[in-house]
Design a binder for this molecule. Structure first.
Ligand code: MBD
Ligand code: FE
Length: 285
């Protein structure tokens, strides 16, 4: 895919927007203020030990060390630390924090979640533009607890890229809440969501993460995906992504965030639309 001027501007902006968003939505230092020094010491020391081992093993040169410094400065200036960490680290953090669960498998949040997307009820259409691109998709499902009981009033927050691979609030010229909505299950735990299928997604290639990808000879693709957060009182928050069968990047995701349990089985309907059933099972706290 060639990169047009519009796409370049968009990609550069999305990294910096993710940094701004992180500063406004999260209080990361509040969250870690109570981490004991002993724990910080262990983690920081073992990370450094692991890096030292790589330097020794590969006899890293001063040119390489200075290239790393320059690149890390760029990542900060580009605002791409959220992107870098979510693409190359978050999947393991997600893994170790959810391995006890009996309910649904989850996946990483990524850099583009925004809380408080507009409420659409149990059955509704996600906010979208007139003539929004992409195959229309009807998704029916239920939210239950691990004991099988229906979770009425559960929230299903859905956000995803448009058919050009862009996220509202992180790319210019898209209405604020486009393809972002909050659905609330009925008493039976059921929901019905109308949206469009997103396109495969290329992480921004013109910033410092893109420089790393190009320098290493990697690719920048994620398979097409729907992001969700599913929550209900007394239950652990589920953050997940859902994927589409046959996507060539399901086995080769730059963010390593695909699990077989998260691949949908959509059925093509008359008029080329698609429908899919996918339920969520939440673990009690
Ligand atoms: C995305 O859309 C995404 O979901 C992740 C994990 C990283 C970069 C862009
Ligand atoms: Fe995404």
């Amino acid at each position: 895919m060639s990169t047009t001027a519009h796409e370049a501007a968009t990609a550069a902006a999305s990294g910096a927007s993710a940094t701004e968003r992180f500063h406004t939505d999260k209080s990361p230092y509040d969250a870690v203020r109570d981490v004991p020094a002993e724990r910080v010491d262990t983690l920081a020391r073992e990370v450094l030990d692991a890096v030292h081992a790589v330097v020794r093993k590969h006899k890293v040169t001063y040119d390489e060390f200075n290239a790393l410094k320059a690149w890390m400065i760029d990542v900060g200036e580009d605002g791409e630390w959220p992107l870098f960490l979510d693409v190359w680290l978050e999947h393991v953090v997600e893994e170790v924090n959810t391995e006890h669960r009996e309910g649904n498998k989850g996946s990483i949040e990524g850099p583009y979640y925004v809380p408080d997307a507009p409420e659409q009820g149990a059955t509704g259409t996600i906010p979208m533009r007139e003539g929004e691109g992409g195959t229309p998709l009807t998704w029916t499902g239920r939210v239950t607890s691990t004991d099988g009981s229906a979770l009425g009033g559960a929230k299903v927050e859905l956000w995803h890229a448009d058919s050009d691979g862009f996220y509202s609030q992180f790319a210019p010229g898209i209405p604020e809440w486009n393809l972002r909505g909050t659905f609330t299950t009925g008493d039976d735990g059921a929901f019905e969501i109308h949206t469009v299928q997103p396109a495969p997604y290329q992480i921004p290639t013109n910033g410092s993460c893109g420089k790393l990808i190009a320098a290493a000879g990697w690719h920048a693709w994620r398979p097409a995906h729907l992001h969700v957060k599913v929550s209900a009182p007394g239950h652990e928050l589920l953050t997940a992504q859902l994927y589409f069968p046959g996507d060539e990047h399901n086995d080769d995701d730059i963010a390593s965030a695909v699990k077989p349990e998260l691949i949908l089985d959509p059925q093509t309907q008359a008029h080329g639309t698609a429908s899919v059933a996918y339920d969520f099972v939440l673990d009690p706290m």
